[in-house]
Design a protein. Structure first.
Length: 663
C-alpha cells in the first residue's frame, strides 16, 4: 500500500437521518442536490473525491490550504442556495485534518482519516472546523479568522488535538445594504478578433462598459474590473475561473470591428456545469453598440431570473452619448486607464487624459467622460501628478459630471476623494462614498476608499467590514487585502496584518510598495531575517520608491546609514524624483531626529496642504505623538489626538548618535 501525507476533508449533511425518516424521497433529492453543488468544486482546488459516506463525502487534497479554500467556497455556495430556498434548507458540516494515509483499492485509510471524521462533528451547521495541524499550515496564508475551540472531545482519538473554527466572511460581515445573496457574475475581457490589432481598445473598452451596464441592475452582483482583467488572454477553464472569482455565471465572448461593422459574440456560462445559460451573436453597425449592450444586459438578467425594474430597464437602454466619435475616444481612454492601473507611467497617464478630453470636446454633455477623467486624475494624483496641478480641474470635472448625471457612482466617488485628500472634510467624504456605494453596490472602488477613510478616523471595525466586502467584490485586486492589512496594522495588530501583506506580495512581487509593507511588518514583530530577505531584491534598484523602502527597513533593523545618505541627497536636491515632506518627516522620525520631523510636518501643514492625516498612525511617529505641536496639527485636521490601538508598537532603538541629539 502507498503511504503519503494528505489533507483530508469530510463533509456531513446536517440532520440527514431525521429528514430521511420524515420524507425519504425528499431527503435523497436534496442529498443529490448537495452533491451537485459540491462535487464540481473539488478539482479547481486540486481535490479528489475518495468515496461517498452515505450523507457526506470523503475528499483528499494536495494541500491544507486547498482543502480550506474549497471548504469555504462550498459553504458560500450552500449559503446562497439556502437563501434562495429558505423553506428547504440544506446545511453541511465540514472537517479538515492533515496526516499520513495509506491507499488500497481506491480507498484511503489511517489515523488521519479517523481524526478528520471526528472533527467534522464539531463544526456548526454551515461551518468548517480544522485540526491544529491544518492551522499550522494555513494560519499565515488566509484572511479568515481562526478561533481555537476549548477542550474539544474527539471520540476514539487518543491524545489531545487542537481544533479551530473558521470564522466565515459572512459571519464577520453583516451586510444589510446588500440584502439577500444575489447572483454573482464575472464579465471576462472580450477577445479582439478584428483584422486590425489596433482595435484592441474597442474590446477592452466594451468589456468595461458591459461591467458598468450590468452593475446598474440591483438584482446582480458584478465582480469588479480589476479581478476579471487578470484573465485577459487566459487559457484557464471556465470552472476554475468561476471558482477563483466565486462567480455563479461567467460572461465571455469576442469582438470583431471592421470599419463601421461590428460582430459581437457572447455567451453566459454556468461555471459549475459548463453549460450555456444563453448565447448570441450580434451583427450590427457601430452605431448600434448601445442597443447591443442593453440586449446583453437584459438577456443576462433574464437567464438569471432577475426581474428588471422599469428604472433599470431605462438605465441600461440609455445612450451615454449620441456622438460616436466621442464614444470611440472614450473607449480609447478607458483602455488607457486600465493600462495605467498596471504600469502607472506618465506617458499612459497623458494618453488616457487626452482621449477623455477628446471625448468631452466631441460631446460636451458626455457625463461618463467627465466622471472617468476625474477618477483617472485622482489615481494619477498619487502616482504621476502633483495634487496642486490637478485639483482645480478635478473639481470642474466632478461638478459637471454630477450636473449631467446626478446618479453617477464615479462622480460621487471622485467627490468623496476630493473631500478626503484635498479638503480633509471627513463627514462630506463619508457621505459621498456612501452615496456612491448606494448607486452601484457592485463597485469595489468606493468601498475601498471608504475603508481607508474609516481607518484614518480610527474606526477600525467599520473599516474592516468595508474591506471585507471589497475583497469579496474584487477578489484578485490587491487593494482590498492591503487596506485590510493596514487597518490591522494601524490598530497595532501586525500579527494579523502580516498574512494579508504576504498574500499581496506573493501576487505582486515586483511592487516595491507591497514588498515594503510586508518587510516593515516583519521588522516590527522582530522577524529580522525575514525582513532582510524581503528587501534584498531592492538593494540594487535605482528608482526612488525601491530606495526608500530598502533604506527604511534597514533603519528599522538598526542599520540607519543608508537612510541617512538618502536624506542627505534629498536635502541637497540630488534625488531624481520628488519626496513628499510628510514622508521625509517619517524617515527623520525613524532616525530619532524628532525636531527635524516635527519641523517638516509643520512645513507640510503650511505649504503642501496638511498631509499629516495619512501618515499620523505610523508607529514610527510614536515618539513625537505626545508633543503639543503634533497634537495641534491633528486638531486642525479634526482627527483624534489619541490612539485607538491597544498598544504602541515597539520600534527598534535609534542609533546612539540620534539618542544624544534628542536627549
Amino acid at each position: 500500500m502507498a503511504r503519503r501525507l494528505a489533507a483530508i476533508m469530510f463533509t456531513d449533511v446536517v440532520s440527514f437521518t431525521a429528514s430521511a425518516q420524515a420524507n425519504e424521497a425528499d431527503a435523497l433529492a436534496r442529498l443529490r442536490e448537495q452533491e451537485g453543488i459540491v462535487r464540481p468544486l473539488f478539482e479547481p482546488f486540486k481535490g479528489r473525491e475518495i468515496k461517498s459516506t452515505g450523507d457526506g463525502l470523503l475528499v483528499e487534497f494536495e494541500s491544507a490550504l486547498g482543502a480550506l479554500e474549497c471548504a469555504v467556497e462550498i459553504q458560500r455556495r450552500m449559503r446562497e442556495r439556502n437563501i434562495k430556498k429558505p423553506r428547504l434548507p440544506l446545511e453541511l458540516r465540514i472537517g479538515i485534518h492533515v496526516g499520513d494515509v495509506e491507499e488500497s483499492g481506491g480507498d484511503i485509510f489511517g489515523d488521519a482519516v479517523n481524526v478528520a471524521s471526528r472533527i467534522v462533528s464539531l463544526a456548526d451547521p454551515g461551518g468548517v472546523c480544522l485540526s491544529g495541524q491544518v492551522f499550522d499550515q494555513v494560519q499565515n496564508k488566509v484572511v479568515y479568522q481562526l478561533d481555537k475551540l476549548s477542550a474539544p472531545a474527539l471520540k476514539g482519538v487518543r491524545g489531545h488535538i487542537d481544533v479551530y473554527r473558521v470564522v466565515l466572511p459572512w459571519a464577520v460581515e453583516a451586510r444589510p445594504e446588500w440584502g439577500p445573496v444575489l447572483p454573482r457574475i464575472a464579465v471576462l475581457p472580450l477577445a479582439n478578433i478584428s483584422p486590425d490589432s489596433k482595435d484592441e481598445y474597442f474590446a477592452d473598452g466594451l468589456t468595461e462598459e458591459l461591467i458598468t451596464v450590468l452593475s446598474q441592475i440591483k438584482g446582480l452582483r458584478v465582480i469588479s474590473r480589476t479581478s476579471v482583467n487578470q484573465y485577459k488572454g487566459t487559457t484557464k477553464p471556465i470552472a476554475q475561473i468561476g471558482s477563483e472569482l466565486g462567480a455563479d455565471s461567467v460572461l465571455e465572448g469576442s469582438v470583431r470591428k471592421a470599419g463601421d461593422q461590428l460582430r459581437i459574440a457572447v455567451q453566459l456560462i454556468d461555471p459549475r456545469t459548463d453549460e450555456h445559460r444563453w448565447a448570441k451573436t450580434y451583427d450590427r453597425k457601430f452605431e448600434n453598440v448601445f442597443a447591443i449592450q442593453a440586449e446583453i444586459a437584459e438577456s443576462t438578467a433574464g437567464a438569471l431570473k432577475v426581474e428588471l425594474l422599469k428604472s433599470e430597464r431605462e438605465s441600461v437602454s440609455e445612450r451615454p452619448t449620441t456622438n460616436l466619435a466621442a464614444y470611440e475616444a472614450y473607449l480609447h481612454g478607458v483602455q488607457a486607464n486600465l493600462r495605467f492601473f498596471g504600469r502607472g507611467t506618465a506617458q499612459i497617464d497623458r494618453e488616457a487624459e487626452s482621449y477623455f478630453e477628446e471625448a468631452i470636446r466631441q460631446d460636451p454633455k458626455f457625463a461618463a467622460a467627465y466622471a472617468r477623467l476625474a477618477i483617472h486624475l485622482i489615481i494619477a494624483g498619487g502616482e504621476t501628478r502633483s495634487w496642486k496641478d490637478i485639483t482645480a480641474r478635478i473639481r470642474e470635472l466632478v461638478a459637471k459630471a454630477v450636473e449631467l448625471d446626478p446618479n453617477s457612482c464615479d462622480a460621487h466617488c471622485a467627490r468623496g476623494s476630493l473631500a478626503l485628500q484635498v479638503d480633509h472634510q471627513w463627514d462630506r467624504a463619508e457621505a459621498e462614498y456612501q452615496q456612491a456605494i448606494a448607486l452601484n453596490p457592485s463597485n469595489s472602488d468606493p468601498r475601498g476608499d471608504y475603508g481607508w477613510l474609516l481607518t484614518y478616523l480610527q474606526r477600525f471595525d467599520e473599516a474592516r467590514k468595508q474591506f471585507l466586502v471589497a475583497i469579496e467584490q474584487d477578489p484578485l485586486n490587491p487593494r482590498g487585502r492591503l487596506g485590510l492589512g493596514w487597518t490591522y496594522a494601524a490598530a497595532g495588530d501586525y500579527e494579523s496584518a502580516i498574512p494579508l501583506f504576504e498574500k499581496v506580495e506573493k501576487d505582486y512581487p515586483d511592487s516595491p510598495g507591497f514588498r515594503g509593507a510586508l518587510a516593515t511588518g516583519y521588522a516590527l514583530v522582530g522577524r529580522a531575517d525575514d525582513a532582510t530577505k524581503m528587501i534584498e531584491p531592492l538593494a540594487t534598484a535605482t528608482d526612488l520608491s525601491s530606495r526608500v523602502v530598502h533604506s527604511e527597513v534597514l533603519a528599522l533593523l538598526g542599520r540607519p546609514e543608508e537612510l541617512r545618505t538618502l536624506l542627505a541627497d534629498w536635502e541637497g536636491g540630488r534625488l531624481p524624483e520628488r519626496l513628499d515632506l510628510r514622508y521625509a518627516a517619517v524617515l527623520y522620525a525613524l532616525l530619532g531626529e524628532n525636531e527635524r520631523a516635527l519641523a517638516l510636518l509643520e512645513r507640510d501643514d503650511r505649504e503642501e496642504g496638511k498631509n499629516l492625516w495619512n501618515v499620523y498612525l505610523d508607529p514610527v511617529l510614536d515618539p513625537i505623538r505626545d508633543d503639543p505641536r503634533f497634537a495641534a496639527m491633528l486638531r486642525t485636521l479634526h482627527l483624534p489626538t489619541t490612539l485607538a490601538r491597544a498598544r504602541r508598537i515597539p520600534v527598534p532603538p535609534r542609533s546612539k548618535e540620534a539618542s544624544r541629539v534628542n536627549s
